[in-house]
Each structure stands twice: as structure tokens, then as C-alpha cells.
Design a protein around this ligand. Structure first.
Ligand SMILES: Nc1ncnc2c1ncn2[C@@H]1O[C@H](COP(=O)(O)OP(=O)(O)OP(=O)(O)O)[C@@H](O)[C@H]1O
Ligand SMILES: [Mg+2]
Length: 505
């Protein structure tokens, strides 16, 4: 195997944080090399160094054994390094074709050759299985999975010798994941080296040739994936064993506090009905695209249903906008963290925002108490930051997610809806989030957890509804709550093959 990329002794210091400390790493032609580590361990920072986005304080980069210096992302792309970023980096207002060709739009004597660009884009989209996506449509109309694949189409354009994927599969359905890995395989077959980042340890082990574990900015180990198990990886990542990540279930069924009847919003979902009890944790499982995200939006007043009714404490009510939802004690923690957070505001402001009136006596805000409370929660969730005054845009992906969860806890809503609560969160913090959710329920708050992570739904829910193609298909309680049962309802016949694969895992 030939080496396609090597970095030596990379060091990156941010104010107050040594994000990378003397890290060396290499990738061979035709291999998948996965980077693992806790939230904030330095994975994305290393990738940004390799992609020419940030300059390290120290260290060298070699592409095919030749030292290179990157002053911009375009330099890295020209050296054959293509990246699909974690906090996705496409320009939403621009078209698919413009995004693919960003920085290298074909022109002749100063005039853009649009038809060539469209034609080439269509070709590249076909390569990544997006035959039906027109190169002319704006990226904002595409879902997350498709945007990921557009980033790969860009990699094909540049004939990538090194393909980097930072948590690509986090938000994808099994089918989309499969599609993505097929495309990755094409790059492998062409002799490219793949750098992969993931919190999905099982998947990482199954697709990797080698793994490298980072901890607190330092490299712990690089080793062949074969013969390694998840437990060993967790030990390297966290420095200790982690037992069962799910808290013991204390199923409670107080009075019905919330009820939805015949709720429809076509084409997303139809005739949805369920009850929610006081102190209950109700899981709603379903694949991406089954309508569960839109259902969450509708429950929070962000989208208006075509028909149906909502009752709170037995009384019919209208939730026509988010303010109405919040006033009625409903709060939503959505899955699109970078849109939901104020990236250029502090952790503290982001967390306490919905609860700020609890810190005010009408005249002034008790800042000291506010900061204390945020600090305590951030500590419990292990938000990795110098202090809570730090801006959210300096946090790693998983730590941003923790800030969003903290906001939900702060909201003190009677009914809390979490959508994909542990997206990109490492194993340790994941277990803290589940403990927190269990505490909220013990506190009498009612929780809806909407997720495509089936083990998560099984691990924390008192009761489970399964959504498929816009309809609720099952209401599972007690022993009925199992991965097998949920997948049975979640996945249709065409997706049978993936179900098999999922249950095997
Ligand atoms: N622009 C910045 N300013 C200050 N600190 C930063 C900045 N970018 C990253 N950091 C810090 O560097 C450390 C490493 O972050 P990085 O994004 O590399 O983590 P990660 O391993 O990718 O984590 P995750 O799994 O959550 O994505 C974190 O402590 C983060 O807060
Ligand atoms: Mg990251």
C-alpha cells in the first residue's frame, strides 16, 4: 500500500485550549482510517488542518510523500484532498452545481460556462447516486443526506486521493448510509485513502482498516481495526469503562396531560393520535423522512396542521406559533443545532434564553444565579469549554449538542420534545443526557423523544410509538419494547434488507 497522506507532530492552540498536541497520523491508498475520540478530543480540528481551513501552530503535512503548505481550502483540494464536513459547509442559497464547482467554476475568457458546469454536475451527481437531483436547484431544498452526497460529488470532481468524512452517517437512514458507503467504496477502489470520523463505534469497526483514538488533543493509539472491540475503544477514548448507558426505567403513568387527535399535515403525516401522561417518557421511533420531524414542528407551533386537535390537560387548544407553544408549557429541542443555537453568543446566553424570566425580579436579572445554574448543568453534561462565556461557535459538534440539551432542561416546560437528542454525542455524555431525561420525568415533566436511534428509544422510553410513512403504526409497552419489534414497524418491505442488517448488528 502506498501512503497518500501523512501529518507529523501537528499542534494547534486555541485561546485556553490545546486542541491538538503533537499528533502524527497517516493514511494509505485504499484504506479507511477512522478517527475516534470524545466530544472535543480534536478530531474535527485535525481534519480542518488537513483540509487547509486552519493553520496549525506547528507540524508538517505530506501528500504522497511530498511536503505541502496549505494557505486555503482550495490549496488542499488542488492537492487531492476532499472533505465532507461535520458542520456542513455548503452554501444554501447557491445551486447544487455552483456548490460542486465552488472556487473552480469553468470559464472561458472571463465568461462562466454554465452549460458545461451543469452537464458535468449531472455526471458527478450520477456517480454518487443522485440521478434525480437537478444541478440547478438551490442546496437549501435538499435534505441532510443529499447534501452529504453533494459534498462527495465535489470530491469526484477533484479526483480526490484523500477523502475525509467527518461524522457523515450521523443523521442518515440505514438506506442512505448504505448509499454513502457504496460511494466511499468507489473511492477506495480508485486507490483513494479515506479518513472517517464517527461516534458509532460498531459501524466504525466494521468499515475501518485502521483506527486512531484521540484524547484531549493527544493521540492515544493507532491500530488495525481487526481484533479490536468496542469496550477497548471506549477505554482508550474515556480512560475508563462505561457500564450500561441507560438509566433504570421507572415507568410512571400519571394523568393524561396532553392529547393529539387526527392530526394531519400532508404530505408529511396524517391522522396522528396519541396521549401523553404526566412524568412519562414517550418514544417516537421512525426513519428520517417518516414525518416525525414535521410532527415535532407541528406540536411546537412551527408548522400548521391541516386538521386535527390538541388537548392540554383535557382542554382543546390551538398552538399556532412557538410563542403560544411556550406559553402553554411546550418546548422543542430540534435536531438542527446550528440553526437553533445562536452561534456567536455565549454558552450561557444560549442555555438560559428560554428561562431568563425565572432570573428576573422584573427590574433586573440575577446574573450570578443564572451563571451558577448554567455552570452546574454544563458541568454535569461535560460541556468542554473554558467557561460558559465562550461563544458556541468555538465548541465542537457534540458540545454544541449538549448546550442545546441544557437549554431544554432550563426551559422547565411541562412537555418537552427532544428530536434526535444525542446526535454526534460521545458515549459518556450520552449516558448523562439519558440520566437527565430520566430526572425530568421523575420531576413530573412529560417527555417525547423522537429519534431514529432505535437502541436509544428502547433504552429510555416508557412507551413507544412507531411512525412509518407519515402514520403511527404501533404503540408498544413493557416487554413489547424491543429493537426487533420497533424495526418491524419502522421499516417497510423494500427496506427489509436493511432491517436484517440492523438486527444482525
Ligand atoms: N475556533 C475555536 N476557538 C476556540 N476553541 C476551539 C475552536 N474550535 C475548536 N475549539 C476547541 O478545540 C477542541 C477540539 O474541538 P474539535 O471540534 O476538534 O473536537 P471533536 O473531536 O471534533 O469533537 P466532536 O466529537 O464533538 O465533534 C474543543 O475543546 C473545542 O472547543
Ligand atoms: Mg467534531
Amino acid at each position: 500500500m502506498a501512503e497518500v497522506l501523512r501529518v507529523e507532530q501537528i499542534t494547534k492552540q486555541y485561546p485556553g485550549v490545546l486542541a491538538l498536541d503533537d499528533v502524527s497520523f497517516d493514511v494509505q491508498s485504499g484504506e479507511v482510517h477512522t478517527l475516534l475520540g470524545e466530544n472535543g478530543a480534536g478530531k474535527s480540528t485535525l481534519i480542518k488542518v488537513i483540509a487547509g481551513i486552519i493553520t496549525p501552530n506547528y507540524g508538517k503535512i505530506f501528500v504522497q510523500n511530498e511536503e505541502v503548505h496549505f494557505d486555503s481550502p482550495l490549496d488542499a483540494i488542488r492537492s487531492g484532498i476532499s472533505t465532507a464536513f461535520q458542520e456542513e459547509a455548503l452554501f444554501h442559497e447557491l445551486s447544487v452545481a455552483e456548490n460542486i464547482f465552488m472556487g473552480q467554476i469553468p470559464s472561458h475568457m472571463g465568461k462562466i460556462n454554465k452549460s458545461l458546469m451543469i452537464e458535468r454536475s449531472a455526471d458527478l451527481l450520477k456517480q454518487v447516486g443522485l440521478d434525480t437531483v437537478h444541478p440547478d436547484i438551490p442546496v437549501k431544498h435538499l435534505n441532510i443526506a443529499t447534501r452529504q452526497l453533494v459534498q462527495l460529488a465535489r470530491a469526484f470532481l477533484n479526483n480526490a486521493r484523500v477523502l475525509i468524512l467527518d461524522e457523515p452517517a450521523t443523521a442518515l437512514t440505514p438506506h442512505e448510509r448504505e448509499k454513502l458507503f457504496q460511494v466511499v467504496q468507489k473511492f477506495k477502489d480508485q486507490g483513494a485513502g479515506i479518513v472517517f470520523v464517527s461516534h458509532h463505534l460498531k459501524e466504525a469497526l466494521s468499515i475501518s482498516d485502521r483506527i486512531t483514538v484521540l484524547k484531549d488533543g493527544r493521540k492515544v493509539t493507532t491500530t488495525p481495526a481487526e481484533g479490536i472491540n468496542e469496550k477497548q475503544i471506549v477505554h482508550w477514548m474515556v480512560g475508563k469503562e462505561i457500564g450500561d448507558i441507560y438509566p433504570a426505567k421507572e415507568v410512571r403513568k400519571g394523568k393524561v396531560v396532553y392529547e393529539v387527535k387526527g392530526l394531519s399535515l400532508l404530505p408529511h403525516f396524517s391522522d396522528v393520535g396519541f396521549q401523553l401522561h404526566e412524568g412519562e417518557i414517550l418514544g417516537i421511533a421512525g426513519l428520517m423522512g417518516c414525518g416525525k420531524t414535521e410532527l415535532a414542528q407541528a406540536l411546537f407551533g412551527r408548522m400548521e396542521p391541516d386538521r386535527g386537535l390538541i388537548k392540554i390537560n383535557g382542554e382543546e387548544t390551538r398552538v399556532h406559533n412557538t410563542k403560544a407553544a411556550i406559553d402553554k408549557g411546550i418546548f422543542l429541542i430540534p435536531d438542527n443545532r446550528n440553526e437553533a443555537l445562536y452561534l456567536s453568543k455565549s454558552i450561557c446566553e444560549n442555555v438560559s434564553l428560554p428561562a431568563i424570566r425565572n432570573y428576573s425580579n422584573g427590574v433586573r436579572i440575577n446574573r450570578k444565579k443564572e451563571i451558577e445554574d448554567v455552570e452546574e448543568l454544563a458541568g454535569r453534561l461535560k460541556v468542554r469549554a473554558v467557561n460558559v462565556d465562550y461563544h458556541v461557535d468555538t465548541l465542537s459538534g457534540g458540545n454544541r449538542q449538549k448546550v442545546l440539551i441544557a437549554r431544554g432542561v432550563f426551559a422547565q416546560a411541562k412537555i418537552l420534545i427532544f428530536v434526535e437528542p444525542t446526535l454526534g454525542v460521545d458515549v459518556g455524555a450520552r449516558s448523562e443526557i439519558y440520566d437527565l431525561i430520566a430526572d425530568l420525568s421523575r420531576n413530573g415533566q412529560s417527555i417525547i423523544v423522537i429519534s431514529s436511534d432505535v437502541p436509544e428509544i428502547v433504552g429510555i422510553s416508557h412507551r413507544v410509538l412507531v411512525m412509518h410513512q407519515g402514520e403511527l403504526k404501533a404503540n408498544l409497552e413493557g416487554d413489547e419494547i424491543s429493537e426487533f419489534q420497533i424495526l418491524n414497524y419502522m421499516v417497510s418491505r423494500q427496506e427489509e434488507a436493511f432491517r436484517k442488517e440492523l438486527t444482525l448488528n
